[in-house]
Design a protein around this ligand. Structure first.
Ligand SMILES: [Zn+2]
Length: 349
């Protein structure tokens, strides 16, 4: 029995009380608390292990400095520390770096030097301005004439709110830009599926390589709340935009697995299933809310509202887990957050 079933049963037995042990442990009435104790009612042991088909695809560290590096197409290298992802392409004129996460920025520089010892690093292209994906720029700051390419909106954001380690762009563009660097075509196109200012899709047509960061997590359910997207609707619509490109490799910025076309299709189907499930359950919202209001004798509408939200969220999560637990890892860990994000969007729009 997975955790959500437990929580749903608890919730239906005692409408507003979370598990007694959570209450006892924290002194607060918080639901969904994961305990690291094996025998706790909210134990981590109630969550399913990662799926074997996902484990089989996990990248392994193949350097002595803690990185996985693989040449996925001629002269195009995929790099991961198993948590963050980046890439670089060795062109006839120099190396082009695609994102420099701070977690391995220094070792990324080392990886490039080892892979292409006599080739200068000429460009750093940023998928978006967030520090966790480009704060490693500082390890490239000493390179003379390094071009730092970003969307104009990202440059504006960084001017107002500089982020540690993120370099100031030297080349900016509006909605789209095409570059040819040392014989390699690189197409940049802005989108709004994640960051608060803008995201950039990075496409190398000859390599059939598409990079759109903080989107999917290949082999796994999306991260909490669909990766904290700032634009839920654009996030849901983004998959079709990705699939319009002719690509085989999809670099999404997280986990150790480099994505492919099927991963994007699966992520789309998952996200749309969450959205449709929430919309299907919304018809019961009013009855749940009224029941809650009656239970609290019309004294606390917020509490009744939250009860209705949680009921639908948990019903949705159980359905999603049942349908997806053999397709994607960690669905039972994050499905409630996906349902909650979709639900909040549905009631607020
Ligand atoms: Zn981000």
């Amino acid at each position: 029995m997975h955790k959500f079933l437990n929580l749903t049963i608890v919730a239906s037995v005692a409408m507003f009380a979370s598990s007694a042990s959570s209450l006892a442990e924290t002194g607060r009435n918080l639901a969904n608390t994961i305990s690291l104790e094996a025998n706790h009612v909210d134990s981590f042991r109630n969550f399913a292990p990662e799926l074997p088909q996902m484990r089989a695809r996990v990248a392994t560290i193949n350097t002595d400095f803690g990185l996985h590096i693989s040449e996925i197409e001629p002269r195009l290298f995929f790099v991961t520390d198993l948590v963050y992802q980046s890439a670089f392409v060795v062109t006839d004129d120099g190396v082009v770096v695609l994102d420099a996460p701070p977690s391995f920025g220094e070792n990324l520089r080392k990886a490039i030097t080892i892979t292409a010892p006599d080739v200068p690093i000429t460009h750093l292209i940023m998928s978006h301005g967030h520090r966790d994906h480009n704060g490693g720029g500082q390890f490239f700051a000493d390179i003379p004439d390094l071009e730092i390419v970003a969307a104009a909106e990202v440059a504006e954001t960084l001017e107002k709110f500089p982020l540690e380690g993120v370099l100031t762009p030297t080349q900016v563009f509006g909605s789209a830009r095409e570059l040819t660097i040392g014989g390699v075509d690189i197409q940049l196109q802005t989108a709004n599926f994640h960051a608060e200012d803008t995201d950039v899709m990075i496409y190398l047509p000859d390599q059939k390589f598409l990079m759109a960061v903080d989107t999917i997590t290949p082999g796994e359910a999306p991260f909490m709340n669909f990766g904290a997207t700032t634009n839920v609707n654009a996030y849901f619509e983004s998959f079709e935009t990705f699939l319009e490109y002719d690509f085989q490799h999809f670099l999404s910025g997280h986990v150790s697995i480099l994505g492919n076309r099927q991963d994007v299709v699966t992520a789309r189907d998952y996200a749309l299933d969450v959205r449709n499930t929430v919309y299907g359950l919304m018809s019961g919202f009013n009855d749940l809310f009224i029941n809650g209001l009656k239970a609290v004798e019309f004294q606390n509408a917020n509490l009744a509202y939250r009860f209705a939200m949680e009921s639908i969220r948990d019903d949705c999560a159980v359905k999603i887990i049942d349908r997806w637990e053999n397709e994607l890892s960690v669905v039972d860990l994050w499905a409630d957050s996906h349902c909650e994000t979709a639900l909040l969007y549905a009631v607020m729009h």
